[in-house]
Design a protein around this ligand. Structure first.
Ligand code: ZN
Length: 454
């Protein structure tokens, strides 16, 4: 509303230099009318929803109309103040669980007769960010408040450890597992109301468990609970964790409820291979409309031009992993398409990390919805993805990883010991003895040892 008024005022100023009298007057009346109507109709805050992630908490206020608002932080004690012009709370928000969030309490009060002030009492300092969202399929107007925890550095300990220990020692292949959607973005829904965000997180967790057991591999989870992460943020996390592969897990929906089967997508060089792929890319990317557009990304344009160069090589690698995973998925159920499809998915745009998007099935199909809810079937899907990934890396282990070292030969030189070699290749002495059928730790110069993957 305020921006309308501002527009009229600036138009007035523009016109007043060249057009006399009536134009200015009419515009004056118009702006009065806008201000009066604004006074008459208070926006209501109908509901408050909240999702707490490990690095930030998101509050979504469902509002009847767009509101003029301001958000700021106050210290001692730490709190965030949200002022809404000409608005009121329909009812005290209920059922908010603050236990895992940075917020400890939400209070509200009336201000200047017509305005609403809401105060979030905090457990620690945050960086608040706010934006308005227009109505979508599921929701009406919303005011979104993101509170990022200023204490959390987004590089997790696993990544730091692996960076610190990477002085020539072989490292694990890192698999970033990205469960699509989350929080206020539920993704697709099934006829029985199954939400994509829940199903894909369950499959992602199964895959995490399996990858943990793989010698030479380490999983990292991009989303660990029911909260939203922007698509750029997902890629950024994968990069911070130094991922060798990014797997985004989804469940499809289509207007035709008979559509069924799994598909695997990788990024397209230019344009999608099929119209359905294009349609899907649009609906998956729409998640970021829900997440809001962040200004932090604007400087990426120049970078993306430079990085285009490495993108093509990455797409080729993605196609290889994708085909390997698709082959495995074909072994457990129906495939929607026999080939890896290519589309403009934003989340696959890391120019240097091979990335695939697995649509595990059609949640919009009654039969597949039932399967996708089933724990045993979720595990089957995870096993298929793991097998595909395992086969790919058996042939394409990145240099410097234990997988690349595994199967390597080492020729013993003077002064070398079993413990020294174990340390160098980051394997245990027991494993070295087993794989080379050694009964003790004695080595001979010139002896050839096979290095196991551990
Ligand atoms: Zn999805």
């Amino acid at each position: 509303m305020c921006s309308d008024v501002r527009k009229i005022e600036s138009t007035t100023m523009l016109f007043s230099g060249c057009k006399p009298g009536w134009t200015v007057f009419t515009l004056f009346l118009l702006s009065m009318a806008v201000m009066l109507s604004a006074g008459a109709q208070a926006a209501t805050v109908d509901d408050v929803r909240m999702w707490a992630g490990p690095e930030s908490t998101r509050l979504v206020f469902d509002i009847s109309d767009p509101v003029e608002h301001s958000v700021f932080m106050l210290r001692s004690p730490n709190r965030v103040v949200i002022d809404l012009k000409n608005a009121r709370l329909r009812q005290a928000p209920r059922g908010l669980d603050f236990s895992k969030s940075v917020v400890s309490k939400l209070r509200s009060a009336r201000r200047n007769h017509n305005d609403l002030r809401m105060v979030l009492d905090l457990k620690s300092k945050v960086r608040p960010k706010s934006f308005l969202l227009k109505p979508t399929k599921q929701y009406g107007h919303r005011l979104v408040i993101d509170l990022s925890d200023t204490r959390v550095k987004s590089v997790p300990r696993v990544a730091r450890d692996s960076i610190n220990s990477s002085k020539g020692a072989p490292r694990d292949v890192i698999i970033a597992i990205d469960a699509g959607h989350g929080g206020d973005d539920p993704g697709a829904s099934g006829p029985r109301g199954t939400r994509e965000k829940h199903v894909v997180l369950a499959i992602a967790r199964q895959l995490e468990r399996l990858i943990k057991k793989e010698p030479g591999m380490r999983p990292v989870m991009i989303r660990t609970g029911d909260y939203y992460l922007g698509l750029r943020k997902r890629m950024q996390k994968a990069r911070e964790m130094r991922a060798d592969l990014f797997i985004s897990i989804h469940a499809d929906a289509f207007r035709n409820e008979r559509a069924s089967g799994s598909s695997v997508y990788v990024l397209s060089q230019n344009g999608a291979t099929s119209e359905a792929a294009q349609w899907l890319a649009k609906s998956e990317n729409n998640a970021d409309l829900i997440g809001g557009v962040s200004l932090d990304d604007k400087d990426d344009l120049l970078r993306s031009v430079l990085l285009d160069l490495s993108q093509n090589a990455t797409i080729a690698a993605s196609l290889d992993v994708g085909s390997s995973v698709l082959r495995e998925l074909g072994g457990i159920g129906k495939l929607h398409k026999k080939r890896v499809e290519q589309a403009g998915f934003a989340v696959l745009k890391s120019p240097d990390i091979p990335s695939i998007l697995v649509e595990t099935g059609y949640i919009s199909n009654k039969r597949e919805e039932r399967k996708l809810r089933d724990k045993a079937y979720q595990r089957k899907l995870a096993v298929a993805i793991r097998n595909g990934v395992r086969r790919y890396f058996a042939q394409n282990a990145p240099p410097g990883t234990r997988l690349a070292m595994g199967g390597q030969k080492h020729v013993i030189r003077r002064g070398e010991t079993l413990s020294g070699i174990a340390q160098r290749y980051r394997v245990t002495q027991v494993a070295l003895r087993n794989v080379n059928s050694l009964s003790n730790n004695r080595l001979k110069i010139g002896q050839v040892l096979r290095i196991p993957v551990l």
